[in-house]
Design a binder for this molecule. Structure first.
Ligand code: G3H
Ligand code: ZN
Length: 288
């Protein structure tokens, strides 16, 4: 089976993008793997520090192994938005396939030093590990935003800095800020597609560009971002909203039901539906 790195190269060369979907429950992980199996896409499951604390760090890894064996498709686990070197090392030690070390709130120098430390640490433990760094500042969080969030000029990733960051850290993937905001924002996002092209042109080919915060971004902008060089796209809020709104409906409709596995069945189905439609949008169907 192909490695994550190989899928990312395939995606960049073939002008499609791998889908990265966040999970905080066993049911979410299963929904991601089932949807990917159904349409023939590699499954990339993201768990942020909060999400993996809820799932259990070691439990998440054990579940990945079981899903890999049971479904016989590539299943990769990413320690998403890991905000400290220590937490990143814990995820590597636990057996994650990938770590997103996110020191983007720190200075360029601190970000570079910490990210490089994780690249060196990760490769020493597992030569196949895939490390993602982040440069630029992504606002918001994975929820529906009720206020406007303005992206400021300093938030955007600068192409020359991206080239320096990648060279100094040795990361496999780079998350960039190009007008994307975590969560579903009140006003329509406006991605800077030319900036993606400029970063793609200056960063070495073996480094994959990652678009975070893709919930709520209109389909045509997603297609343009892939065309400009994005190879991996993160979706969380769209899944959370699909799951929770369906669950609320189910709870309201079945007041006497006490079995959660019956109450949440339609919520899991709603999540699978969103995942498959995103994979279709990303051109990720039939890529295994
Ligand atoms: O890392 C996770 C993603 O960037 C999720 O962003 O909640 O806007 O889909 P989103
Ligand atoms: Zn993100």
């Amino acid at each position: 089976m192909k490695t994550l790195k190989e899928f990312l190269v395939d995606a960049r060369q073939g002008h499609w993008a791998t889908g990265h979907f966040n999970a905080s429950e066993l049911d979410h992980m299963r929904a991601i793997v089932e949807a990917c199996k159904e349409v023939g896409s590699p499954a990339i499951i993201g768990a942020s520090e909060g999400e993996r604390k809820h799932l259990g760090l070691l439990e998440t890894v054990a579940l990945r192994d079981v899903f890999r064996n049971e479904f016989n498709i590539p299943v990769f686990l990413n320690a998403d938005h890991t905000k400290s070197v220590d937490a990143a090392k814990q995820a590597i030690d636990a057996g994650f396939d990938s770590v997103h070390i996110d020191l983007s709130a720190k200075s360029f120098e601190e970000n570079t030093v910490g990210t490089k430390e994780i690249v060196v640490y990760g490769r020493a433990k597992d030569s196949e590990i895939n490390i993602e760094g982040e440069l630029g500042y992504l606002r918001g969080e994975s929820k529906i935003q009720h206020e406007k969030i303005a992206v400021s000029a300093q938030d955007y990733t600068k192409p020359e800095e991206a080239a320096r960051f990648v060279e100094q850290t040795g990361v496999d993937r780079l998350a960039i800020a190009v007008g994307n905001i975590h969560g579903i924002s009140l006003d329509e996002p406006d991605l800077d597609i030319e900036r993606i092209r400029a970063i793609r042109a200056i960063v070495p080919e073996h480094v994959a560009l990652v678009l975070h915060a893709a919930s709520g971004i209109p389909d045509d902008q997603i297609r343009q971002a892939i065309d400009a060089g994005i190879a991996n796209i993160h979706i969380n809020t769209d899944l959370r909203v699909a799951f929770v709104s369906e669950l609320k409906k189910s709870l309201a409709e079945h007041l006497d039901e006490a079995a959660m596995y019956k109450l949440d069945a339609s919520a899991i189905e709603a999540m699978r539906t969103v995942i498959k439609s995103k994979l279709d949008l990303f051109g990720a169907i039939g890529r295994i």
